[in-house]
Write a protein that binds this ligand. Structure first.
Ligand code: AMP
Length: 642
């Protein structure tokens, strides 16, 4: 019996769950579902977005609905149109083997008469935004006087958005005997007030600590001068080739400006804010879900309810005015058990806000330094090499091979590799060798913070050894599991492996120099699922050494920051055939001479370097603008929720 069966769910729901590929219930599902199935009870569930709460209320509501009765039996209120549609889709998926259940979405910005018609046909479940629902009630287009269930989803968000009156009015037209289930990430006074006014002895369940950020999100800040904010953003993107992120700005104007600059600089970015028409917003969201956009630059209001899985980073380009909002921002990543990172680009004058946020999220931030140009080059190169290794060859190319061979026949394999990689690398290095270090220094005590991977920072003035290893997230490692694996394989102590930074096909980690021989000897003779592990000493130390203040000098997104020492000289590929890889594709590119970003929406046929095209000496600094290409080459991957 699998764990879902133990919760008491019906056959048809279990079948749908199998189709959805959910293997085990999430925490909130495990806690809420049996209670809601067994009892007719009110419930308050404190759960962050991304914890699986839609199914936590969705499965029980579907199971308890009488499908033979066409009356509306359940009302679900959610803060935004976007979320309303997502919940509706999820519920439709859950109920697909349950005959006769109709779920109708009711939200602003679409035809009210069509929605009314859908309801008239018989909608046992209505999922609505409060404003439109109130409108429908006022016009007599909906009857919720017989409902058995009312669910308030993301109640704190709804109240934040000023829906208190609407919610109170709507709830007042529902019967007293119904059950109310309230889901909220936090419990501000207004939410508690609604609970008190409209609920009877609710069972309270909490997932994770109350009011705390999700355990799957790590929080980092980067201290910069105000004038370097944008450059810092670009570097963070460049240092993290697979970034898929929401970048938050404070105002619509900043949102638009940052997105425009990113697009100009060749990144796959777009703006999402309230000055866009609904159709424009829908278009942007579609591209984002389809991953043609890697950096969605958004205001808080516009990004509410964005529920896209696998967002790797939330970037606070500017901190929100209300620090409570930080929680909602960071909740966009680290969903469904995945790890995510919430980054704050911060100036000295804003530093104290970090401590206030820490108190709210009950989690510590880690201070990181903006990666240097050299580190970025290294990461990009490794990524590119990996990409070359992994690219699937389309045999259309066979027709052209004789001609290509003709051109390249005099080159040895080594020369060929060097030249291929240089196509991208020359641009990277040309850009970054001109750039300066933009990291600011914090005088705060946070320097003594632990590293992301939990290693203590005491002493270690000497300089650690940083390694590159050809295993990464594609081998199902995250930093924690890789650290465990390395400690076990190398028989090292709890804190002997640190600064573990996992990329897709490769990773970096540090040890103290006394372990270097052992690491090289043992690890280079280990096989992982039939593949030989290859470990090499990296040219940068990933911040393993501390500066004179005892502060970690890096880590960051990518392999950490160089601490001086051994890196001079080479960004050369570590070795032929290494699975570490030079990266080149898309977004990275600061356009001024830097690597021209290849974006994910770009047609892929552009050769290994993407369509970065040559940028001749003396040519303009402008990379080709990419904005017009959103969606021009949609990738096959489809988000599940769309
Ligand atoms: P939610 O918090 O309801 O927005 O869910 C976040 C994401 O997790 C959605 O994409 C769900 O489809 C997914 N999800 C929900 N429950 C599970 C589960 N038990 N196993 C795996 N994924 C889940």
């Amino acid at each position: 019996m699998n764990k879902f069966e133990q919760l008491g769910l019906s056959e048809s729901l279990l079948k749908a769950i199998l189709d959805l590929g959910f293997e085990n219930p999430t925490d909130v599902q495990e806690k809420a579902i049996p209670l809601l199935l067994e009892k007719d009870t009110d419930m308050v569930a404190l759960a962050q977005t991304g914890t699986g709460k839609t199914a936590a209320f969705g499965f029980p509501v579907i199971q308890k609905i009488d499908a033979d009765n066409r009356n509306t039996q359940a009302l679900i209120l959610s803060p935004t149109r976007e979320l309303c549609l997502q919940i509706t889709n999820e519920l439709k998926n859950y109920s697909k083997y349950e005959k006769g259940i109709n779920v109708v979405a009711v939200y602003g910005g679409a035809s009210i008469t069509e929605q009314a018609r859908d309801i008239k046909r018989g909608a046992q479940i209505i999922v609505a935004t409060p404003g439109r629902m109130q409108d429908m009630i006022n016009r007599g287009l909906v009857n919720i006087s017989q409902i058995n269930f009312c669910i308030l989803d993301e109640a704190d968000e709804m109240l934040n958005m000023g829906f208190y009156e609407d919610i109170v009015n709507i709830l007042s037209t529902t019967p007293d005997e119904k059950n109310t289930w309230l889901f909220s990430a936090t419990m501000p006074a207004e939410v508690a007030r609604i609970g008190k006014q409209f609920m009877k002895d609710p069972i309270e369940i909490t997932v994770g600590a109350k009011n705390s950020g999700s355990a799957t999100v790590s929080h980092e800040f980067y201290l910069v001068n105000a004038r370097d904010r944008y450059e810092a953003l670009k570097r963070l993107a460049d240092a993290n080739p697979d970034i898929f992120s929401v970048v938050f700005c404070r105002t619509k104007r900043d949102t638009q400006a940052v997105a425009e600059k990113l697009v100009e600089d060749g990144y796959s970015a777009a703006a999402l804010h309230g000055d866009l028409s609904q159709a424009q917003r829908d278009g942007v969201m579609k591209s984002f879900r389809g991953r043609q956009i890697q950096m969605l630059v958004a205001t808080d209001v516009a990004a509410r309810g964005i529920d896209v899985d696998n967002i790797t980073h939330v970037v606070n380009y500017q901190l929100p005015d209300e620090i409570e909002t930080y929680n909602h921002r960071s909740g966009r990543t680290g969903r469904a058990g995945k790890l995510g990172t919430s980054i704050v680009i911060v100036t000295k004058s804003e530093l104290r806000k970090i401590s206030s946020i820490e108190r709210i999220i009950k989690q510590k931030f880690e201070e990181k330094t903006i990666p240097s140009g050299i580190e970025i080059c290294e990461i990009q190169l490794l990524h590119l090499a990996n990409k070359i290794k992994d690219v699937e060859v389309d045999h259309e190319i066979d027709n052209y091979l004789p001609a290509i061979n003709n051109v390249l026949e005099d080159l040895t394999k080594e020369e060929l590799i060097k030249k291929m990689v240089s196509v991208e690398f020359n641009r990277f290095i040309n850009y970054y060798k001109k750039t300066r270090d933009i990291s600011n220094q914090s005088n705060s005590e946070r320097r003594d913070r632990d590293d992301r991977d939990g290693a203590p920072r005491e002493n270690n003035n000497g300089g650690a050894t940083r390694y590159f290893v050809n295993i990464g997230s594609r081998d199902n490692f995250d930093w924690m599991s890789l650290k465990d694996y390395l400690k076990e394989t190398l028989d090292l102590g709890r804190d002997d492996v640190f600064k573990v930074d996992v990329k897709e096909g490769f990773s970096f980690f540090n040890t103290d120099p006394e372990h270097t021989d052992k690491v090289m000897e043992v690890l280079n003779n280990v096989q992982l699922e039939g593949r030989r592990i290859n470990v090499e000493i990296s040219k940068n130390d990933g911040g393993g050494r501390r500066d004179h203040n005892g502060r970690s000098s890096g880590g960051g997104f990518g392999g950490g920051r160089s601490g001086g020492g051994r890196r001079e000289g080479s960004f050369a590929p570590r070795r032929e055939g290494s699975s570490g890889g030079f990266r080149s594709d898309r977004n990275s590119a600061p356009r001024e001479g830097g690597f021209r970003s290849e974006r994910s929406s770009a047609p892929r046929e552009g050769g290994f370097g993407g369509r970065s095209s040559s940028r001749g000496e003396g040519s303009s600094d402008r990379a080709p603008r990419r904005s017009e290409s959103f969606g021009d080459a949609p990738r096959p991957r489809r988000p599940r929720r769309d």
